[in-house]
Design a protein around this ligand. Structure first.
Ligand SMILES: CC(C)(COP(=O)(O)OP(=O)(O)OC[C@H]1O[C@@H](n2cnc3c(N)ncnc32)[C@H](O)[C@@H]1OP(=O)(O)O)[C@@H](O)C(=O)NCCC(=O)NCCS
Length: 182
């Protein structure tokens, strides 16, 4: 999906203090990489990558990424990529929602928007992500996505603590959802 560089977040938003229904989703602009970095940093949970990597991401993987915009602010993002060896599989890399907007369904909507966006260009049969066992919101997010899409969900360890070189990082469990009904 290609966006015009001048396209901005929707400015005509009402009071959003109780609802984030006005949040709109689209591919990120290059200059929004720093907002992804900030949301990741503020999450307190995510592995925070360099600012450079988020800029690179917004340049080269914008089509498999969405940002959620509210009043000109980026309040959410989902980054993903199509696996080179399995291009019908969308790997969801990071999801973050601004703390003020959490627990109102925004991550679920963002994930839906991403999968729909990618599916406009090519079939997406599977969605994968890894979740650490202590991240209940994340596991519920992917369980909910599988439920809503009427798709099977399987889990299995992917990266163990040993892969991370010791106990510095909890294991990452692979969540694999699909096949998605067309
Ligand atoms: C994970 C995260 C993106 C969820 O965002 P969100 O907009 O609050 O999520 P949603 O409102 O769409 O809720 C998704 C599911 O998680 C559940 N959930 C959300 N926050 C929760 C919490 N703090 N505790 C328990 N469940 C929670 C919701 O109830 C919902 O489950 P349900 O459909 O069974 O009711 C957000 O908590 C976040 O940014 N966390 C920090 C970064 C992170 O851990 N990202 C995931 C790893 S990549």
């Amino acid at each position: 999906m290609t966006r015009h560089p001048e396209e901005k977040c929707d400015k005509s938003l009402g009071d959003s203090s109780h609802s984030n229904a006005a949040v709109t989703f689209r591919t990120p602009r290059l200059d929004e990489g720093v907002h992804l970095w900030r949301l990741a940093s503020d999450s307190g949970t995510l592995d925070v990558n360099s600012r450079y990597s988020y800029l690179l991401w917004c340049r080269d993987f914008a089509d498999t990424t969405v940002v959620g915009c509210l009043n000109d602010s980026v309040v959410a993002f989902v980054t993903g990529y199509l696996r080179p060896a399995a291009p019908d599989t969308l790997f969801v890399w990071q999801v973050a929602v601004d703390a003020t907007q959490q627990r109102r369904g925004l991550a679920g909507r963002a994930l839906d928007a991403l999968v729909n966006q990618v599916a406009q260009r090519q079939p997406v049969a599977y969605v994968e992500a890894t979740v650490t066992p202590d991240n209940m919101p994340s596991s519920r997010l992917f369980e909910g996505f599988a439920r809503n899409r009427d798709a099977a969900l399987t889990t299995q360890p992917l990266f163990t603590e040993k892969h991370f070189g010791g106990s510095a990082h909890l294991e990452e469990v692979l969540y694999r959802i699909g096949p998605l009904p067309r």
